[in-house]
Design a protein around this ligand. Structure first.
Ligand SMILES: [Zn+2]
Length: 393
């Protein structure tokens, strides 16, 4: 694939105002820009047009989840003392693809005090790919292969999924959600491998980025029918929980349940004996990484959310979500909302999953009639028994 052109920068709404690390006296009147070649280098440039002279400058840049921003001190390079550059070598110090980066400079005048630039946020796109964009409401679909008709179908699928998942929860997206659809999974994997990450289609709710991998044809569209609602569920739950971490079984289980009818491969995994570590308690934290365990874990989590929805309705699931949004632990959330332990919940789910013996369902349906029939047939017997006992006396 042809290497990237410089400078394709997608500016985003500011996610969070960075902490002011000093007390700047006013805004710096110059220009702060950034450009990058994906996986190679990123260059931040500060130019002080109309400014007397820069004595020194400090670049701050940060990503969601970072406690303190990167901080780099620089002095002007150009002979006029008005241009400051910082370059990060992305081969030695990679950044995760699609991460939103917020940056700003603090500048010391010569002579004088400090001034700062306005914070700017951009997304570190895999710009080896020529993305095209389609939008619908808060959703932005970025695609690069296939045709516009297919891309519109995918966007419509995403729009309907978001409506179906978020509607019953009264959800409306507080910020846009970007979906990046790779037509070639190997292209996506290679992008993430540069940053030492392995992915199989995923979501970064905090980054509001969904990474999709599917071929640009009917088969790909079929795969996306599950992948899109799954990944969008993670974004919706993240927003509704206010960013509080959720138990993995609830987060993944809800995502699996949102996919629609149970996936036959997951149903089969549930019929096999439980593998070590696959229990609701075991799935409070991270999900297993090995494929066999992972499949059974997704299956158990999905079956649990389905069971809860059948028993408690969407209101029950919502109450559980609210409990976790308040910071309750995995176990105490279930105890408070459902009045039982995680272990008991799991036993109930297992019991509901157990195949009913043949004829059992028929008997259940016939219940009242069967009882009546039995009573009627016992009638003569009970008279007979009564007769016997009286004659024995
Ligand atoms: Zn998931």
């Amino acid at each position: 694939m042809k290497q990237a052109l410089l400078g394709f920068v997608l500016l985003l709404p500011i996610f969070a105002r960075p902490l002011q690390t000093s007390t700047p006296e006013g805004t710096f009147p110059g220009r702060a820009t950034v450009e990058y070649t994906f996986g190679q280098r990123m260059r931040f440039v500060l130019e002080g047009e109309g400014f007397p002279s820069i004595s020194e400058a400090i670049l701050y840049y940060t990503m969601p989840g970072m406690e303190t921003p990167y901080r780099v001190r620089r002095t002007p390079e150009a002979s006029d003392g008005l241009r400051v550059i910082y370059e990060r070598d992305l081969r030695r110090e990679p950044l995760p693809p699609f991460v939103p980066i917020t940056f700003w400079w603090e500048v010391r005048e010569d002579p004088g005090g400090w001034r700062s630039t306005e914070p700017q946020t951009f997304r570190y796109l895999d710009n080896r790919v020529a993305w095209q964009t389609l939008s619908a409401g808060p959703l932005r679909l970025h695609w690069h292969a296939g045709d516009p008709g297919l891309a519109r179908s995918v966007l419509e699928l995403a729009r309907r999924s978001l409506e179906r998942i978020g509607g019953p929860l009264g959800y409306s997206a507080p910020e846009p959600i970007d979906l990046f659809w790779y037509a070639d999974p190997e292209l996506a994997r290679a992008a993430f491998r540069l940053a030492g990450l392995e992915i199989e289609g995923e979501v970064r709710p905090r980054w509001r980025a969904v990474i999709l991998m599917a071929s640009p044809d009917g088969a790909g569209l079929e795969a996306l029918r599950r992948a899109i609602p799954h990944e969008l569920t993670h974004v919706v739950l993240h927003d509704l929980a206010g960013g509080q971490p959720l138990p993995a079984w609830l987060d993944e289980g809800w995502a699996v349940w949102s996919e629609g009818p149970p996936d036959p491969t997951l149903l089969r995994a549930l019929q096999e004996p439980r593998l070590e570590g696959v229990s609701l308690i075991g799935l409070c934290g991270d999900f297993p990484t090995d494929p066999l365990r992972a499949r059974q874990a997704y299956a158990l989590a999905g079956a649990t959310v389905r069971y809860l929805h059948d028993r408690e309705g969407i209101g029950g699931l919502r109450r559980l979500l609210e409990a976790y949004a308040q910071g309750l632990s995995c176990e105490s959330g279930v105890r408070r909302v459902l009045g039982r332990s995680l272990e008991r919940l799991e036993r109930e789910v297992e019991a509901a999953l157990r195949p009913q013996p043949p004829g059992c369902a028929v008997l259940e349906g016939l219940g009242p009639w069967l009882l009546l029939f039995l009573l009627m047939s016992l009638g003569p017997f009970s008279l007979l028994l009564g007769g016997r006992s009286s004659s024995a006396r």
